[in-house]
Design a protein around this ligand. Structure first.
Ligand SMILES: C[S@@+](CC[C@H](N)C(=O)[O-])C[C@H]1O[C@@H](n2cnc3c(N)ncnc32)[C@H](O)[C@@H]1O
Length: 201
């Protein structure tokens, strides 16, 4: 959200993006992989016995990283993906309750971590885009409060807007710590940041 693809300045920035170059040199599916790696190196959330539900998987950069970090990864996306070995994938809209139930069935138990890199398509109308981000993330929070294991963690992607403050305040009563984090790999010009909610009560 907040990025309009097109125009010379976007192209010049994109060309010079060191993380994009590094991702393509390392054969990674997405530069977003670096964001998750940086979250993990700062917060050490994922460990070998974890069950992880990942929302907004395509093209699979986070998944390819996660399958080496944890015991079980299940995920969904509106878009199809090239298979990732070790990932159980469901194609569909996360906000659909039947997709949520499928994810939990595939996980085979309460997830220890729920992470979302989802962002709705932008319309360019700021007020509408901001409302959609909040609404999508509120669905992730509702799902998390219902299914995440006690002491589990949640990672969600947000964009700076008025609405995020209420959302953060709401989470503070359900988690031990709620931290805003902008990984180095997240473009400075983007309003994007991640909310790291640690240890569900
Ligand atoms: C930034 S991409 C994720 C990149 C991914 N983390 C990676 O490393 O490859 C965001 C994804 O969220 C997906 N998405 C957005 N809204 C969704 C929804 N309601 N249900 C499922 N997926 C959704 C989009 O289709 C898109 O593929």
């Amino acid at each position: 959200m907040g990025r309009v693809k097109g125009g010379k300045s976007w192209y010049e920035r994109h060309k010079k993006d060191v993380y994009r170059i590094k991702a393509s040199q390392s054969g990674l599916r997405s530069r977003s992989t670096f964001k998750l790696q940086q979250i993990q190196s700062k917060f050490k959330l994922f460990s070998k016995m974890d069950i992880v539900v990942e929302l907004g998987v395509a093209p699979g950069g986070w998944s390819a990283y996660l399958v080496d970090q944890v015991r079980c990864v299940v995920g969904c996306d509106l878009l199809p993906i090239e298979p990732v070995q070790g990932l159980s994938f469901v194609q569909g809209d996360f906000t659909d309750v039947s997709i949520q139930k499928k994810l939990i069935d595939l996980a085979g138990g309460p997830p220890n971590i729920i992470c979302s890199d989802m962002a709705p398509n932008i319309t360019g109308i700021a007020i509408r885009d901001e409302a959609q981000v909040i609404s999508l993330n509120q669905s992730v929070i509702d799902f998390t409060l219902e299914y995440l294991a006690k002491n589990g963690h949640m990672i969600i992607k947000l964009f700076e807007s008025q609405g995020v403050h209420a959302l953060i305040r709401g989470l503070q009563k359900d988690f031990t710590k709620v931290i805003r984090f902008k990984p180095d790999a997240s473009r400075a010009v983007s309003k994007e940041f991640y909310l790291i909610a640690i240890k569900k009560n």
